[in-house]
Design a protein around this ligand. Structure first.
Ligand SMILES: [Zn+2]
Length: 232
């Protein structure tokens, strides 16, 4: 029976190492997720700048087309006005009025185009700057992700070795004791605890003297009557 106790202790030692490794793996995975999110955020920022730039370019092209149309109408109006075909002063005044209106529209469109050109230029600079940032940071982040992935792979390999060792010990422990150990592990971090004097080091309550004696004499597997943990 003391062999079983020894095996339980070995198993517990492996379980502790497994827990520590799993914690480390989880931590690396979270760090990797954060890096990936950061990379995605940067890429999304670049994409939204690209959309804004496309939109501004389209708006500029529309305004330029509009200006071209107005200029054509203005030219037609002008040639009509100076063609000598219009003789009525009333009609002449109307043509002059519409020409003036076209000139106003032309001026305001030209101003709008200048503003839009500036907007496109600024967005283009911003897009280039962001593009460079995404490339530089993206490369760095990709490298960091790779480091994390390698670390995770190493830790998982270590875990697999422990798992094999753990499986090997399970075959040495009677099934009902193993089942009980597993139940204890769900409740407590340690299923096997030492006895200090007559005090269980799991629940810190005293056990009856007879129990303490049995533990000291290694008389089979002894459990704490309070918390149920195996005592050693
Ligand atoms: Zn106890």
């Amino acid at each position: 029976m003391s062999d079983t106790l020894e095996n339980l202790q070995k198993m517990q030692a492996i379980d502790r190492q497994k827990d520590a490794l799993q914690q480390k793996i989880l931590k690396r995975k979270r760090e990797k997720d954060r890096l990936r999110e950061e990379k995605e955020r940067l890429e999304a920022e670049l994409l939204s700048l690209k959309h804004a730039l496309d939109k501004a370019r389209l708006a500029l092209a529309r305004k330029e087309l509009e200006l071209k149309e107005v200029e054509e109408r203005w030219a037609t109006t002008k040639s009509k006005l100076y063609s000598g075909e219009i003789t009525s002063s009333k009609e002449l005044a109307q043509w002059e009025k519409s020409m003036k209106k076209l000139e106003e529209t032309k001026d305001s469109l030209e101003n709008e185009i200048l503003a839009e050109m500036e907007n496109v230029e600024n967005l283009q600079k911003e897009f280039q700057r962001k593009g460079q940032e995404v490339t530089e940071k993206g490369t760095l982040i990709a490298q960091q992700i790779e480091v994390k992935e390698n670390e995770i792979a190493t830790l998982e390999a270590e875990l697999a070795v422990l798992e094999k060792e753990w499986q090997g010990i399970t075959s040495l422990i009677p099934p009902e004791i193993l089942a009980y150990y597993m139940e204890l592990r769900k409740k407590f971090q340690d299923a096997v605890v030492s006895l200090l004097g007559e005090v269980c080091q799991g629940c810190y309550l005293s056990v009856p003297t007879i129990v303490a004696k049995a533990v000291r004499r290694r008389e089979g597997l002894v459990r704490c009557p309070n918390c149920g943990r195996f005592l050693c």
